[in-house]
Unconditional design. Structure first.
Length: 274
């Protein structure tokens, strides 16, 4: 397994898709810091480091989809996985070594932009106002979210031998997850009641009405569960600072990683490699 990892790390180092994705995240992070600082100065709005530290958390849904699908898909297209099996390498070792490589790409995608956000953000906004315990929790959760994406895209790539199809599927899944996370968050964030000014008997009064789009009952329970279990839902809660069940999110992220890796490993061991 050591030889598999050494060869894999060299490929990660040369992965142009990985570094392109990180560059995109870096540029967007710098732009986000500058925009927030501009608003703070020009419009006298309060901004803290917390408001920019997690702006880049949505991007890995797409950048990791591109880099990991190519990383794993190339092993199929080059016949590398078939040759590894033919030379007696265990399928479990092949899958686990690939998991380490995918996790490494997720770690690089996590660490480099996070470090830059702090490097640029601290001089502009000062240090974090929240407790270090809470900040540490949020950074841990962000890393787990990246690992969830990595395990998901690896599972898809390891079970599909066509590199082009793998890339398309992973990118579609990434976009769908972002759309689902945004929809779920906006739906759950919608207030139960809203107020508006109206003229009653010639006098202006505040009228309170029930929001017809407010989700209740079993549907709300399902939406809450999906928002907590989907990596994009976790990301939306982190980006907006609306985490209400911190322990649940950690548990859900760890379960997601274990489930995706377990499913991928199970079917990979039974897969007919051509």
């Amino acid at each position: 397994m050591g030889n598999l990892l050494r060869a894999g790390f060299w490929r990660v180092k040369k992965d142009k898709w990985l570094w392109t994705g990180i560059f995109i995240i870096l540029v967007s992070g710098i732009w986000g810091c500058i925009s927030q600082y501009h608003d703070m100065v020009q419009y006298q709005r309060e901004r803290t480091l917390e408001s920019v530290a997690f702006l880049h958390i949505l991007f890995p849904a797409i950048t990791l989809a591109a880099s990991l699908s190519v990383l794993v898909g190339t092993e199929y297209s080059d016949g590398t996985i078939r040759n590894k099996i033919a030379t007696g390498k265990k399928r479990s070792h092949i899958y686990l070594s690939t998991s380490v490589l995918c996790g490494t790409e997720a770690l690089l995608t996590y660490l480099i932009p996070a470090f830059l956000q702090l490097t640029v953000g601290i001089p502009l906004f000062g240090f974090f106002k929240e407790s270090l315990g809470k900040i540490g929790y949020e950074y841990l959760l962000m890393f787990l979210v990246f690992l969830v994406y990595a395990s998901l895209y690896q599972m898809v790539a390891m079970l599909n031998q066509n590199k082009a199809y793998t890339a398309i599927i992973c990118l579609i899944v990434g976009f769908l997850l972002l759309l689902a996370g945004s929809y779920l968050y906006q739906t759950m964030d919608s207030p139960q009641f809203f107020e508006y000014a109206d003229i009653v008997d010639g006098q202006a009064k505040m009228v309170t009405e029930k929001n017809p789009y407010y989700v209740t009952g079993m549907r709300r329970t399902v939406f809450r569960f999906l928002l907590d279990v989907l990596p994009s839902g976790m990301a939306m809660q982190m980006m907006t600072g609306t985490i209400t069940h911190p322990v649940r999110l950690i548990v859900c992220a760890v379960c997601d990683i274990m489930i995706f890796n377990g499913i991928g490993l199970y079917f990979f061991q039974k897969k007919d490699i051509k």
